[in-house]
Design a protein around this ligand. Structure first.
Ligand SMILES: NC(=O)c1ccc[n+]([C@@H]2O[C@H](COP(=O)([O-])OP(=O)(O)OC[C@H]3O[C@@H](n4cnc5c(N)ncnc54)[C@H](OP(=O)(O)O)[C@@H]3O)[C@@H](O)[C@H]2O)c1
Length: 340
């Protein structure tokens, strides 16, 4: 098999393709011939050496793949062989062959490509947890989606619009036209405008009922201030800690230090009628049966044409470094994938 390795912490060029013998599926596993694998911001944080969950380097990252089952281990029904699937991988997804426990594999609908399948797990399960499971978004409410042009942002927008909510998105200017096209109601260019001030203007001083924020640091503080009474702030990442293309621990620590360590105390929450919650899909591996329930709901929305990942660009394994540059240069609208 061929795999893309993070050989050490550093610039995207530390990514290298290496070969190894094909793995065999253990009991309870399926082996998938991968046609597309998802690139996520967590992989970039991992490459920068600032992702706490990363196994020791050198390491093959990757949380999701789309492809076809070509072998099964003991205890898995042989009917799976030959079926088109997408799957969650606990690292190791940057490979042209993966072996995955059956519970992490989902049959692909006939009209879902391997690329679309690979674009679903991380972005859509995270968005579902944020918007529906923990955010409790309802029709008529307004949600502020940061990095609306990213994979999670687009997934969250599709889910929120289907609920009947209004969406305010923050994104680099070049993504605004696309985002308007998928139904984002109001847009903020957070690189030239203060999102706190703009959000209050756009909502006539009322604020928003839900915020999805993976920028982190100071952004959490500002978000808390723009929550309307009964509003909820969903925190799910710290992309502002990814400063530059090389490892920069000091810059990452600065983001950590600027988080609202003191603002979210019980009296503050209680008196303001505001809620804060956190989401980390990568810490839910013991909840896979529950996530399968979310997948059922999302696949029902796929059938209605509501869930539709936007695949922006697919890079061959040999150009994995270019894929990481593309995301860090903030060029992507939606999903970036690798093709073996
Ligand atoms: N907790 C979880 O379970 C979970 C799961 C999935 C993702 N996440 C987090 O959610 C965030 C978005 O993920 P995604 O997969 O949707 O992102 P993505 O598709 O990789 O998009 C990244 C986008 O984020 C924006 N951005 C904001 N700060 C940035 C920075 N310092 N460097 C580069 N880009 C930056 C850029 O768009 P604009 O310039 O247009 O804003 C960029 O295009 C990431 O922080 C990720 O770690 C968390």
């Amino acid at each position: 098999m061929r795999q893309v390795w993070i050989t050490k912490a550093g610039a995207p060029e530390v990514l290298e393709v290496k070969e190894a013998p094909d793995p065999s599926p253990a009991a309870g596993q399926m082996r998938i011939r991968v046609e597309a694998t998802g690139v996520n911001f967590a992989d970039i944080m991992g490459r920068l050496g600032i992702y706490p969950d990363l196994p020791p380097m050198p390491v093959v990252v990757g949380y999701e793949v789309g492809g076809r089952v070509d072998a099964v281990g003991n205890g898995v029904h042989p009917d799976w062989v030959g079926r088109d699937v997408f799957a969650m991988t606990r690292f190791g997804g940057y490979s042209d062959v993966v072996c995955v426990p059956e519970a992490q594999v989902f049959a692909r609908p006939a009209d879902m490509s391997a690329e679309q399948g690979a674009a679903i797990p991380v972005n859509y399960f995270t968005a579902w947890q944020l918007v529906v499971v923990m955010g409790g978004l309802r029709a008529g409410e307004t949600v502020l989606v940061h990095s609306a042009g990213g994979g999670v942002g687009i997934a969250a927008t599709q889910i929120a619009k289907n609920i009947g909510a209004s969406v305010i998105g923050t994104a680099s200017k070049g993504k605004h036209e696309f985002l308007r096209g998928i139904g984002v109601d109001m847009l903020i260019d957070y690189r030239t405008e203060d999102f706190e001030k703009r959000t209050m203007e756009l909502t006539g001083g009322r604020g928003v009922e839900l915020i999805l924020d993976a920028v982190g640091g100071d952004s959490f503080k500002k978000g808390f201030r723009v929550l309307a009474p009964t509003g909820r702030l969903g925190m799910f990442g710290m992309s502002s800690a990814a400063v530059g293309k090389e490892r920069n621990i000091m810059a990452a620590l600065k983001t950590v230090a600027s988080m609202p360590w003191l603002q979210f105390n019980p009296p503050a929450l209680l008196n303001a009628n505001k809620g804060v919650f956190g989401v980390n899909l990568g810490h839910l591996w013991d909840q896979v049966p529950r996530i399968r329930g979310w997948a059922d709901d999302l696949l029902a929305l796929w059938d209605k044409g509501i869930v539709r990942p936007h695949v922006d660009k697919v890079f061959p394994f040999a150009e994995a470094a270019a894929a990481h540059h593309y995301i860090q240069d903030r060029k992507n609208i939606g999903k970036v994938l690798l093709r073996p």
